[in-house]
Design a protein around this ligand. Structure first.
Ligand code: NAD
Length: 510
């Protein structure tokens, strides 16, 4: 049984329940296994989420399979217009969505709106599906012969999402898959599924037909059922490297396409010629914002040469950040997702001290008036961090920044390339030549040049290298059209009756 779950029936309680979405209907699960959704700032139970039964999972896949037979042939314009309507509904409901997100996830309201907005951009992109899904044509590949390609939907696709972006990441997945003509099974994080459900309801309101989008809840068992189900053709996963590697192996073993975007340890390099004020502001925002629970958080900074002297000012920036509940005005850092996550982060801080790193800013147990029970960790900074220490080797996923030192850009690049993760990185400099060397030699997916969290807009695809990604095609952008479609090539000759020779051709020439 998963953390936070228990087996009491939800009907005995006044706490709201999260529904399943199957065949266009919001259904109360018949599950005996439920989990509490807890506000991380207050510890209040705000809802309960079921772990869907195997029968409910079967029903969801059957309804998606059935819906595919008609949805795959729906006209491009009809599909596109649903996403035009959907983006409008998300905008109109932005504040309500952000309030739900903050209540269950903890991030500030402004950050919650950012989470939704980055997903909304993918919905806008999905509305362009007509031009995105077009095939290609070459005429006269041989005399009178044309070859063209069509990109057809695969069938039932599935998405498994993490807790840290419960709006953006589901929106990376189902709008593009559905716009391509697929049907979809979404399995949100069991830690914060409420905003995802509200987004699914708005999608239905926008006109997505019954069975085209289905949502099931749960943890390991339902994820394994998704990987194994013979009627699911492709699986998109975003989450930790441990679970993503398991999903990739299990889904591909079952013959599915899989794309897994996974864990990170993102490094920034600061060269001494960088704009100091902007660099330090960017570092503090990217290391501590969202309580460090971003897959693109900057959790290691390598100060090159004299840039080391900037550390006291970096600490001043970190100290100036307000730790408070996400609903409170002027909050910079909300709580981490759970008391277990807080214990994990503080345990890693203790380990860092034991291993000899210098704890120059200790954010453990900040006092937050009115929210004494919240899972708060304040900005924390270690200097003297070395490879091999646990605080360096593990993704802490809290507001903890590890500071390292290098004598040159090349040495800093070598440190980053020796780390197993390759999700995001950033270089702060005013030198174009240094920036060019960096982007050419660094083995990381998302690269920022004076941009701390370079998540690409949906004209491009999210990417990653080494332990941060499995599968060759990333979410959204052009790559995801290839992921969610099967390309067929057609080579065609139309005979003109008046010139037909009647001679048998036994060569392979066209
Ligand atoms: P997680 O891997 O614990 O959970 C992700 C999903 O997997 C959830 O839906 C969960 O229910 C399911 N799951 C959990 N344990 C499972 C198991 N044993 N077997 C099968 N399924 C299981 O990740 P999380 O803690 O929710 O999210 C944080 C992680 O996600 C971090 O590592 C972060 O870097 C990563 N992340 C990566 C990206 C990216 O694009 N690379 C984006 C966001 C988050």
């Amino acid at each position: 049984m998963q953390q936070g779950s228990n087996s009491s029936s939800p009907s005995t309680s006044s706490i709201p329940t999260v529904k399943l979405l199957i065949n266009g209907q919001l259904l109360e699960s018949k599950s005996e296994q439920w989990r509490s959704i807890i506000n991380p700032a207050t510890q209040k139970v705000i809802a309960r989420v079921p772990f869907a039964t195997p029968e409910e999972m079967q029903l969801a896949v059957a309804s998606a399979k059935q819906a595919f037979s008609t949805w795959r042939k729906t006209a491009i314009g009809a599909r596109a217009r649903i996403f035009l309507k959907y983006q409008q509904l998300i905008r109109e409901n932005m504040q309500e969505l952000a309030a739900i997100l903050t209540a269950e996830q903890g991030k500030t309201l402004a950050d919650a709106e950012g989470d939704i907005f980055r997903g909304l951009e993918v919905v806008e992109h999905a509305a362009n599906i007509g031009s995105l899904q077009m095939g290609e044509l070459a005429s006269n590949v041989a005399s009178g012969v044309d070859t063209y390609s069509i990109n057809q939907p695969l069938g039932v696709c599935a998405g498994i999402t993490p807790f840290n972006f419960p709006a953006m990441i589901p929106l990376w997945m189902f709008p593009m898959a559905i716009a391509c003509g697929n049907t979809f099974i979404l399995k949100p994080s069991e830690q914060d599924p409420m905003v995802t459900m509200r987004l699914a309801e708005l999608a239905i309101q926008a006109g997505i037909p019954a069975g085209v989008l289905n949502v099931v809840h749960g943890g390991e068992e339902i994820v394994n059922a998704i990987c194994d189900h013979p009627d699911i053709k492709a699986v998109s996963f975003v989450g930790s490297t441990r679970v993503g590697t398991h999903v990739y192996k299990r889904a591909t073993l079952a013959g599915k396409r899989a794309q897994c975007m996974m864990g990170a340890k993102n490094h920034a390099i600061v060269l001494p010629d960088a704009n100091k004020e902007q660099t330090l502001n960017n570092l503090a925002g990217a290391a501590f914002g969202a309580a460090g629970q971003r897959c693109m958080a900057l959790s290691v900074v390598i100060m090159v040469g004299e840039a080391q002297a900037w550390i006291p000012e970096l600490l001043d920036k970190a100290r100036s950040l307000q730790v408070n509940a996400g609903v409170e005005p002027n909050t910079d850092i909300g709580p981490v997702i759970s008391s277990q996550a807080k214990a994990r982060v503080t345990g890693l801080i203790e380990q860092g001290v034991r291993e000899g790193a210098q704890l120059v800013l200790d954010g453990r147990n900040p006092q937050v008036a009115g929210y004494e029970e919240g899972n708060f960790v304040g900005p924390t900074v270690f200097t003297g961090v070395q490879a091999g220490m646990r605080i360096y080797e593990e993704e802490i996923f809290g507001p903890v920044l590890c500071v390292m030192h290098a004598d040159s850009l090349q040495e800093a690049i070598a440190i980053i390339n020796a780390n197993p993760n390759g999700n995001g990185t950033a270089l702060f400099t005013q030198s174009g030549a240094a920036a060019r060397t960096f982007e050419e030699d660094i083995d990381v997916g998302q690269i920022g040049i004076n941009v701390p969290i370079p998540v690409p807009v949906p004209l491009f695809s999210f990417t990653g290298s080494r332990a941060s990604k499995l599968g060759d095609l990333g979410p959204y952008g052009k790559q995801v059209i290839a992921f969610y479609t099967q390309t067929k090539t057609i080579t065609a000759r139309w005979f003109d009756d008046s010139t037909t020779s009647g001679k048998v051709n036994t060569t392979i020439n066209l």
